[in-house]
Every structure is written in C-alpha cells, then in structure tokens.
Design a protein around this ligand. Structure first.
Ligand SMILES: [Zn+2]
Length: 60
C-alpha cells in the first residue's frame, strides 16, 4: 500500500491547507421563485426544476 514516507511538518501542513476551500461554490437562481439553489438541482424552496414541479422529499 502506498504510504507517505515521512510526516509533514506543521508549517507544510498549514501551507497545504491554506489552499483548501478557496474556490467559491457555484449557485444558480430558480427561475420560478428566484431563490438561490444548486445548479441542475430541484429548487429546495418551491420544488421546481425545468418548468415542472417535483415532490421534494424532506428527510428529517
Ligand atoms: Zn424555486
């Protein structure tokens, strides 16, 4: 199994982690209710996608 040869020093670890989560998440707005939603996903507020209403399953 491939394993890292040596432990990363704390400064190197921090330098590498500094570039994590820097990209902005992409969002699109719902054409039905103008709410912010993820692209290619059903709108969580009105349940619409591509001019059609879908049943939004709520998982508690
Ligand atoms: Zn919507």
């Amino acid at each position: 199994m491939p394993n890292p040869r040596r432990r990363r020093s704390p400064s190197l670890q921090g330098r590498q982690r500094a570039h994590k989560n820097l990209e902005a998440k992409t969002f699109s707005t719902c054409p039905n209710c103008n709410a912010v939603r993820k692209p290619h996903c059903i709108c969580p507020t009105c349940g619409y996608y591509k001019d059609r209403a879908y049943e939004v399953k709520v998982t508690a």
